[in-house]
Design a protein around this ligand. Structure first.
Ligand code: NDP
Ligand code: CA
Length: 324
């Protein structure tokens, strides 16, 4: 048989210097997962992961490992990118155990140009039906300003939902949750920047002061303008995974690590942003270490995607706005 899935242990966040940062430690928490699950079509025909065991790249091998990873951490809200098996896998599987899902395909997905594809890839958002009610939602194509045409619809999409917590203990608090997958590859920094600005406008409009959690594969290192745009926006967003570091302000060393014929690709490009003034982060799932991953890097039998899932627990601060 193949080796078991890699498992990780949550790291609790200590707010020793500033206890008010970790306010309300008794209340219930909400667990959220962000993950680029790796599209089946891209994995089999485009990505060329030369060090991954060939079997480990087959959808038949990957699909239950991908589901197992989700079920292991049991998130209340799941934000996924590169989903090209929504209708035939993720949605029926997750629906059968109590999740409500939404899928937004890319308008011209690269998956449909691959041999034996399973339709377009896109973003998906799932939430536990017994915990939340959806009170508002948009699934925009990212349309950016264009000097000649006024505006231009790009091939990237997002889902932004406002969820109201059902459990009495959350006192009717609501949360604006979103997911996106920005344009990939070098040479597209300005496009990603423009896409980020549009997303911030959408978030501002949807949130109306309510707390935000926005997840995605931004395809951008933290040195890019799209990152600064989020970091410095007037929405008061903090990059959640900075909290894993000792000083609380440094991104992880990588969120994706793979080997292609062109060499190793090891980058920090996946992020979660949360409203720092209204939400407290309790715990985060660490990124798999170099020695856990081994020479194959990812994907492999022990991890089904070339990106690592980011999972964390949050609580509302007493300052968090209700659903009104
Ligand atoms: P992106 O440029 O955003 O990339 C799509 C995917 O490619 C991402 O999921 C990305 O993964 C992955 N990727 C990034 N780097 C590499 C790499 N070095 N090797 C392989 N895959 C990589 O896609 P767009 O949305 O812009 O879509 C592509 C466009 O290209 C479409 O509009 C389509 O028309 C066109 N196309 C046409 C084809 C044809 O045969 N005519 C074939 C393919 C695409 P990650 O986010 O994990 O980095
Ligand atoms: Ca990819």
């Amino acid at each position: 048989g193949h080796p078991p899935l890699l498992t990780r242990k949550f790291q609790k966040i200590q707010y020793t210097g500033n206890p008010s940062m970790g306010e309300n430690p008794q209340g219930p928490s909400i667990r959220i997962m962000q993950w680029n699950v790796l599209a089946d079509a891209l994995c089999q025909s485009r990505d060329d992961f030369i060090r991954s065991p060939p079997d480990s790249l087959l959808w038949q091998t990957r699909k239950f490992r991908s589901l197992e990873e989700i079920l292991t951490y049991d998130p209340d809200i799941i934000c996924l990118e590169e989903v090209d098996h929504y209708h035939d896998f993720y949605n029926p599987m997750l629906q059968s155990i109590g999740y409500q899902g939404t899928f937004k395909p890319k308008p011209d997905s690269p998956c449909v140009y691959c041999l034996d594809h399973n339709g377009p890839d896109g973003c998906a958002l799932f939430y536990k039906q017994d915990k939340f009610d959806m009170i508002d939602g948009i699934t925009p194509n990212l349309t950016i300003p264009d000097v000649t045409k006024g505006s231009r619809t790009t091939n990237q999409v997002a889902i932004i939902y406002t969820l109201r917590c059902r459990k009495k203990s959350f006192e009717g608090k609501s949360l604006v949750v979103g997911v996106t997958h920005l344009k990939a590859k070098n040479g597209w920094q300005e496009l990603r920047h423009a896409q980020g600005k549009i997303l911030l406008e959408h978030l501002n409009k949807q949130s109306r002061g309510r707390p935000i959690v926005f997840c995605g594969d931004f395809n951008a290192e933290s040195s890019e303008p799209v990152y600064s745009e989020f970091q410095n926006s007037n929405l008061n967003l903090k990059s959640t995974y900075q909290l894993l570091s000792e000083n609380g302000n440094t991104e992880p060393e990588y969120t994706t690590w793979k080997i292609r014929p062109s060499g190793e690709a090891k980058h920090t490009i996946d992020y979660i942003w949360h409203s720092e003034d209204q939400l407290t982060i309790d715990a985060l799932l660490p990124i798999p270490t170099d020695s856990q991953l081994g020479d194959e890097r990812a994907p492999s039998y022990i991890t089904s995607s070339d990106h690592f899932s980011l999972v964390f627990d949050l609580r509302f601060k007493s300052s968090a706005k209700g659903s009104a």
